[in-house]
Design a protein around this ligand. Structure first.
Ligand SMILES: [Mg+2]
Length: 314
């Protein structure tokens, strides 16, 4: 890879992780609300003094840390990293599931079986898709490997097929965004076709077809009714992809739109922000938002190390 290409890739890695964190931190202020007007979100975002992220980013940091330290995926290491991070900052807005799974693993349960034991059949929440961006970045050149690692990293907390597929779909969207040069227009139909070819699951296939039909839709209520804005992976991962594809040339518009849909705003904005940032790169993120992001330098350093691992694997 030429140096100029490596540098463009670096900016995309930074854009992805920082874009996800900002989407999470901004979205967290609107979590659980109904639809909001975009102007109101922009107005309030300008007045926030600091952007504090939640479990979405905290766990994304864990995924990145573990991939970097293990030079690839190691389930036991990743589970222990989640546990260490949770123990240090349990106040990040974790749902009820992960802390119980962490306790089970601490008590000796294997990383790959704890989630299944807690919820029979596994959870199909979006908790594994919300943190999967580093997997999408690191394995963007090998989608079968990406799929396998997305599944496995999901299984630590979310073992249901819909959660695993949702995580792999989000990782694939990040990978496609990273692989599309930022000065090249996104071909929306081709982007969706690639995702459809990637995902075997029927429900996600249908959701991707619905995204195509909704691309010009002005009625947010209809978008929410069809794609959803909930905590279930199939009712949030396709929504995030939609938010990106509606406004692929603007990180700010994609994230604001995601938040304006209401519901699980931090996670949907985090996932939309990850895809948008992976496509447009860090320069597309409003500098005033970047400046307010908590732990920005640390997240940036993780993106940098992940990029080094991607361009020169061990
Ligand atoms: Mg959250």
């Amino acid at each position: 890879m030429q140096d100029v290409q490596k540098e463009k890739l670096r900016l995309k890695f930074l854009g992805c992780l920082l874009g996800a964190a900002i989407g999470d931190a901004l979205g967290a202020r609107w979590e659980g609300r109904r639809m909001s007007r975009s102007e109101d979100i922009v107005f309030l975002a300008e007045r926030l003094e600091q952007l504090i992220y939640t479990d979405d980013t905290h766990m994304t940091i864990g995924v990145a840390e573990s991939l970097i330290e293990s030079k690839g995926f190691d389930g036991e290491h990743m589970a222990q990293t989640f546990i260490k991070n949770y123990d240090a900052e349990p106040w990040r807005g974790y749902g009820p599931g992960p802390p119980r799974i962490f306790r089970m693993i601490k008590d000796g349960e294997a990383w790959y079986s704890a989630a299944n034991r807690l919820y029979r059949g596994g959870s199909f929440g979006n908790g594994s898709a919300m943190r999967v961006a580093p997997v999408g970045l690191l394995y963007s050149r090998d989608l079968e490997k990406l799929r396998e690692i997305a599944y496995q990293s999901s299984s630590i907390t979310h073992s249901h097929e819909l959660a695993r597929e949702g995580a792999s779909l989000q990782a694939c969207a990040v990978a496609l965004a990273v692989n599309t040069p930022s000065d090249e227009d996104i071909d929306k139909e081709a982007f969706l076709s690639k995702l459809q070819n990637f995902i075997p699951n029927q429900l996600y296939q249908e959701k991707l077809a619905q995204i195509k039909e909704l691309l010009g839709e002005q009625d947010k209520a209809k978008v929410i009714a069809v794609l959803g804005n909930g905590i279930e992976a199939p009712r949030s991962v396709p929504t995030a992809i939609y938010c990106f594809l509606r406004q692929p040339q603007s990180y700010k518009d994609a994230v604001i739109y995601a938040i304006s849909l209401g519901g699980d705003t931090d996670t949907i904005a985090a996932m939309a922000g990850a895809i948008s940032g992976a496509y447009l790169g860090i320069d597309a993120i409003p500098p005033e938002w970047l400046a307010k992001l908590e732990n920005k330098d640390y997240i940036e350093s993780l993106a940098q190390k992940l990029w080094q691992l991607a361009i020169c694997p061990a």
